[in-house]
Design a protein around this ligand. Structure first.
Ligand SMILES: *[C@@H]1O[C@H](CO)[C@@H](O)[C@H](O)[C@H]1NC(C)=O
Ligand SMILES: *[C@@H]1O[C@H](CO)[C@@H](O)[C@H](O)[C@H]1NC(C)=O
Length: 451
């Protein structure tokens, strides 16, 4: 397998580095290793050596010398993980998003939230990651019809990705993550943990209690997920896809959005990704879409077109890393400034009170908005953290601090859904719960209105 052979290669390079043997394909491999490394087991040396001092992109799985692209149109990719502890899925496992919700079938082989996104950043300022690499944002499982669940299972969440991977003996995977999965403010491991806890805990098919045999190491599902993310990302080298069509970063000229999309379709997986741009029209994110046949870690991913609108103008800046204005409000920051206001419902009387309920005959509560770690916003009231609990908006001490976003019109969005609803307009002195989505009778949007 690609991964294990790269690992072997890296180890061989280290062991050879003092031997002055035949010329290495990686000139940097001939540099002498810092002394303290000599005292470490060879597997651990990998961690302390700066990645690019002896590994080439190929060693991270970014191996695209051979042009597979023109033949790749709409063919499935994966599986990406070598785990042999996961439930084996039948060959006729249905493709995600083809069954009605809540199938009775084996959840270790079918994802209900079956629209997968492989998301990448182009963080050009501050320059983040290699100059010719769209860095990893994550692997997300969205609902087939739009929106997503988040932070689904605290019991399988992680707070120390690095130690978990070391306990699995996955030093090389850790190094590959450090190369390509970069946080804009340098908190790489925090980003990995955030992505795992927000998205991977919502994926049924990697549930450690149901989908792994009893011999599996405790954190096998974490290693499998991260390995899948890194291999999947490496199979989508966006920079190279664009370069093949002559689209390279420039501060001088813009590119037509349609040309960028066409290059990514042609040299990528034969489908159109969704592009995200900054407010000044500079390319900042690429999201590739897939359906899944089988489990997240052993399945085949089938490319599909995006159904989400691009947030880019017709002419797009594609800046070299290190140029352009500071990348605003992406993974590192969150769009909102700290601020306070009332939560009002569009087209409806009244506002929300501090518990998060809708009230029409009293004083509005003050809600505080703060940027959330890795994007979006959080809301609190005098009653505590606001979150959506079993579909219902509420604020309470016992709540987790929910993650919301704001759309370009300033509407509060939860799980990718900007609509909210309630069974009825509150009668006098009645307090009514509001739910995420438009399923209840009265629909509206929610906005923080400044005092
Ligand atoms: C950190 O990871 C180790 C596994 O190596 C685990 O035993 C421990 O509980 C983890 N600690 C936390 C705080 O998650
Ligand atoms: C993606 O969209 C293009 C253009 O609309 C279409 O020709 C192609 O069949 C679509 N691919 C898939 C897999 O749906």
């Amino acid at each position: 397998m690609k991964l294990s052979s790269s690992k072997t290669l890296a180890l061989v390079l280290i062991l050879n580095s003092s031997a002055n043997a035949a010329p290495s394909p990686h000139p940097a491999a001939a540099y002498s290793t810092p002394r303290f490394l000599d005292y470490l087991p060879s597997s651990l040396r990998l961690l302390f050596e700066s990645p690019d001092s002896f590994l080439s992109p190929q060693d991270y799985g970014y191996d695209f010398a051979g042009d597979s692209s023109s033949s790749s149109s709409s063919s499935s990719v994966g599986p990406f993980s070598s785990s042999n502890h996961h439930t084996v899925c039948p060959i006729d496992t249905p493709v995600s998003c083809t069954l009605p919700d809540d199938p009775t079938g084996d959840t270790c082989c079918y994802e209900n939230n079956g629209l997968f996104l492989v998301t990448q950043f182009w963080d050009y300022n501050p320059a983040t990651g290699p100059a010719d690499l769209f860095t990893t944002h994550g692997l997300w499982s969205n609902k087939c019809g739009g929106g997503y669940e988040q932070f689904c299972n605290k019991n399988i969440a992680i707070s120390n990705a690095t130690e978990v991977l070391l306990s699995l003996g996955k030093e090389h995977l850790l190094q590959r993550m450090s190369y390509s999965w970069k946080d804009i403010s340098g908190r790489d491991a925090d980003l990995w943990e955030h992505e795992f806890n927000k998205h991977a805990t919502c994926m049924d098919t990697i549930n450690p209690d149901k989908c792994y045999d009893s011999d599996a190491p405790k954190w096998q599902y974490v290693g499998d997920f991260f390995e899948t993310v890194v291999d999947f990302q490496a199979s989508l080298p966006t920079y190279k896809f664009l370069q093949k069509s002559g689209i390279v970063p420039s501060t001088e000229k813009q590119y037509a959005l349609s040309d960028i999309l066409e290059a990514l379709r042609k040299h990528g997986r034969g489908t159109y990704p969704r592009l995200g741009c900054t407010r000044s029209g500079a390319l900042q994110e690429v999201w590739y879409y897939f359906h899944l046949k089988g489990s997240v870690v052993h399945g085949h991913y089938i490319p599909v077109n995006t159904t989400v609108a691009h947030s880019c103008p017709d002419q797009v800046w594609y800046y070299p890393k290190g140029s352009g204005n500071t990348t605003p409000g992406n993974g590192g920051g969150g769009s909102g400034d700290p601020n306070s206001g009332y939560l009002k419902l569009s087209g409806q009387p009244g506002c929300l009170i501090s518990t998060g309920k809708w009230f029409t005959s009293g004083t509005c509560a003050t809600f505080h908005k703060k940027p959330a770690a890795f994007g979006g916003i959080t809301l609190t009231s005098s009653k505590g953290n606001c979150d959506v609990v079993n579909g219902v908006f509420s604020c309470a001490r016992s709540n987790s601090l929910g993650q919301f976003t704001e759309d370009s019109d300033g509407n509060i969005v939860y799980g990718g859904i900007s609509g909210w609803s309630a069974p009825n307009v509150p009668a006098s002195n009645e307090q009514v719960s509001i739910v995420s989505g438009s399923d209840a009778t009265i629909s509206f949007q929610l906005q923080l209105v400044f005092k």
